[in-house]
Design a protein around this ligand. Structure first.
Ligand code: KIV
Length: 271
């Protein structure tokens, strides 16, 4: 299946073009050069240095202990080997508490090789997004289940059910209005994610949000079928079992995302 001109490096403006052209985006997390090289060479469009590294690499129970220095270290390792994929790095918990802190942290991540930073939530984060975008730092927003809110949410749960659906749609429009170029939707019912996708001009990337999103992301340990030591969410699929090798797993995942066959109903929340 043809990809982004097959070998052209991704840019931020090309993401919105992909949405306009109806081309699905394939994203994975990565934390080191070896896996990042394999993902990049086998058709992944976007790589995320997720603060999920706190759980899958460092062994914590949440993403809260992750620091900017941790993200910068893994960003630099991955950035050294990428040829084509766009590199997105998470602003970890607390690093986006004020616009000024977020700018300093983002600068560090861009200096390490990131091309976009990801920010969880809306509300006061809208000012943070605006502050960064005005200073030429591309932003990916993250709504739905925002793992940095685990203490206030009381666990990792599906979001946007019932009356919360309209709030999530309004937040999605607001983060785009503030300047976000990409939106990750985590653990939201598929019909709601499809509505949000239709509402906004920038691509949505789903994780547990159904096939109606403009692209998909998985945490690499989940995608490779590794036991993370945590409860396995419904949307996780072991592509290594299907692909037979890391390269084969990436190709199977990328093909399924581009064909719209992943996630199927078994790996999504209907309501
Ligand atoms: O930290 C992370 O890996 C993420 C993905 C789950 C989207 O935010």
């Amino acid at each position: 299946m043809s990809t982004h001109a097959d070998s052209k490096p991704w840019t931020v403006p090309a993401l919105a073009e992909a949405k306009r052209d109806g081309r699905k985006l394939v994203m994975l997390t990565a934390y080191d050069a070896g896996f990042a090289r394999a993902f990049d060479a086998n058709g992944v469009d976007l790589i995320l240095i997720g603060d999920s590294l706190g759980m899958v690499v460092q062994g914590h129970d949440s993403t809260l202990p992750v620091t900017v220095a941790d993200i910068a270290y893994h960003t630099a390792a991955v950035a050294r080997v990428l040829q084509r994929a766009l590199l997105v790095a998470d602003l970890p918990f607390g690093a986006d508490a004020t616009p000024e802190r977020a700018f300093e942290a983002s600068l560090r991540l861009l200096q390490a090789g990131a091309e976009m930073v990801k920010i969880e939530g809306a509300g006061f984060k809208l000012d943070v997004i605006r502050h960064l975008v005005e200073r030429e730092i591309p932003v990916c927003s993250h709504l739905g289940l925002t793992p940095q809110s685990v203490l206030t949410l009381g666990g990792f749960k599906v979001q946007g059910r019932g009356e919360a659906a309209e709030r999530l749609r309004a937040d999605a429009r607001a983060v785009v209005e503030a300047g976000a170029s990409l939106l990750v939707l985590e653990c939201v019912p598929s019909p709601l994610a499809a509505q949000v996708t239709a509402d906004i001009p920038v691509p949505t990337i789903g994780i547990g949000a159904g096939a109606g999103c403009d692209g998909q992301v998985l945490v690499m340990h989940d995608f490779l079928g590794l036991d993370s030591g945590h409860r396995r969410p419904k949307f996780v699929k072991d592509f290594l079992a299907e692909g037979g090798s890391v390269a084969g797993a990436v190709r199977a995942y990328a093909d399924a995302v581009r064909a719209g066959t992943f996630p199927d109903a078994e790996h999504a929340y209907a309501s």
